[in-house]
Ligand binder design. Structure first.
Ligand code: BGC
Length: 453
């Protein structure tokens, strides 16, 4: 009898595997200027937020997370989480409040913030354009006009001259595919429309600007790496029909591949354009991958060309707050595989979810990081992971409704609360691994997935 019981309990004993990450792996969180700084009075988003109905619940960025005054306090929190890297962005409208006039105080504040990142033992990754434009640029048509390219290069030059000695990882433009879709097609970002042709013109200008800034940074800051930052959504046909298959493939190509392929090859393909962009080919030293979710796609004549695509979530999907997206960890592996086809090191430059009560985030972290770990086991050079985001911040058209932070923020009092997922992320980053005890303590619902019996 006793022996049998002994055997049963041995069988039930879980193999306590440990998922180790490479010792030089970068662990960090990602933020962007307008979403955290506060009082960015001089950009197109500030103006947009003042218009009724643009932002869910008429939210406004306001003081945001007060980083312009005190980024250092949250950087302390990031350092306490054992982070050795942080991704942040520079706000163009602060650096160049009027065309050709650079604000030296703003530049020195950025130098101070980036130095503060470094002093806390974190490697800064700096983005130069993260969705916002100076109001003066918006009045001149922002990215729809070719003049933006030289303007962007002028701004990038000043930033690189000011902080270049402190920064080794650069992203000229965050998620151009998201920006052009949201600004010109979906009309949820300023200027709130324009159509697909304008979106593609803006995309070409972004590619030109990317290419020039890539070379500029290499000239000014030798030894640094300049990458793209791409939002990759897993897209699957909603049914087995040929039309749904076509619609999914077509949208997938336009959204997920055409920018990155253009950067790799220097060539434009329809619908993005035709011909080559000089100096563009090969201007990526790494592939910055932002992965969040999966979508189902079906063909619909009611949707505009060239997509004819309606997007939805699978009926079985486990959704995050506000129906932001399906929680689909396997998609992380699929997305990394696609990024790896570009034969460059991969950084996960954003991954996260809105989860105000933090009941999904611990499991999300564990299951997504486990997919990152798997990709590394397949010898894909994933070099780092930046969680979106460190602290709840201004979530664009969804304002303050969606809470992405490892640290919660009461935006009226500026009070912070470390979430359990923040504690967990800290444990993972400090140890450089995920182990059975962490999973058991923070997300026992994922035990079977991580340690199959
Ligand atoms: C965007 C962020 C945004 C986040 C969550 C990211 O990829 O770059 O600005 O807050 O997605 O939606």
């Amino acid at each position: 009898m006793d022996n049998r019981r002994g055997l049963e309990s041995t069988e039930k004993r879980v193999p306590k595997a440990t998922f180790f990450f490479p010792p030089d792996f970068l662990w960090g969180t990602a933020t962007s200027g307008h979403q955290v700084e506060g009082n960015n009075l001089n950009n197109d988003w500030w103006a947009w937020e003042q218009q009724r109905g643009r932002i869910q619940n008429d939210g406004r960025s306001g003081l945001a997370c007060n980083w312009w005054e005190n980024a250092e306090a949250d950087l302390d929190r990031a350092a306490q989480l054992g982070n050795n890297a942080h991704r942040l962005s520079i706000e163009w409208s602060r650096v160049e409040p009027e065309p050709g006039r650079f604000d030296l105080d703003a530049l020195s504040r950025y130098r101070q913030i980036i130095a503060a990142v470094r002093r806390r033992g974190m490697e800064p990754m700096v983005t130069l354009h993260h969705f916002t434009n100076p109001q003066w640029l918006a009045e001149r048509g922002a990215w729809s006009r070719t003049t933006v390219v030289e303007a962007f290069v002028g701004y990038a030059r000043r930033v690189a001259e000011t902080v270049g000695d402190l920064v080794g990882l650069w992203i000229p433009i965050n998620e151009p595919e998201v920006y052009v879709a949201m600004a010109y097609v979906e009309a949820k970002f300023p200027p709130g429309g324009g159509g697909f042709r304008v979106a593609m013109a803006a995309a070409r200008n972004m590619l030109q600007a990317h290419a020039k800034v890539y070379h500029l940074i290499h000239d000014l800051c030798p030894g640094s790496a300049v990458g793209i930052c791409h939002n990759l959504r897993i897209m699957e046909p909603k049914s087995k029909s040929l039309l749904d298959g076509w619609a999914a493939r077509n949208l997938d190509h336009i959204y997920n591949d055409q920018f990155a392929q253009a950067v790799l090859t220097g060539r434009l393909r329809r619908p993005l354009g035709r011909g080559r962009i000089r100096g563009l080919a090969g201007t990526l030293d790494f592939y910055g991958l932002n992965y969040y979710t999966r979508e189902m796609v079906n063909f619909s004549l009611a949707e505009p060309p060239p997509f004819f695509a309606r997007r939805s979530f699978s009926p079985e999907a486990v959704m995050s707050d506000n129906r932001y997206g399906e929680i689909f960890p396997r998609g992380m592996f699929q997305a990394i595989k696609r990024a790896a086809a570009y034969r460059r090191p991969v950084y996960i430059t954003a991954n996260g979810l809105p989860d105000a009560d933090d009941d999904q985030r611990p499991g999300f972290l564990i299951t997504h990081l486990r997919q990152v770990w798997s990709a590394i086991q397949f010898n894909i050079p994933v070099k780092g992971y930046f969680h979106w985001s460190l602290v709840d911040n201004f979530e664009w058209d969804r304002g303050w409704v969606e809470r992405f932070g490892l640290v919660g923020l009461d935006s009226t009092t500026q009070e912070r609360t470390m979430r359990r997922s923040g504690e967990l992320f800290g444990r993972i980053c400090r140890a450089g691994r995920i182990d059975w005890e962490m999973v058991h303590e923070f997300a026992p619902e994922t035990l079977d997935e991580l340690f199959p019996q």
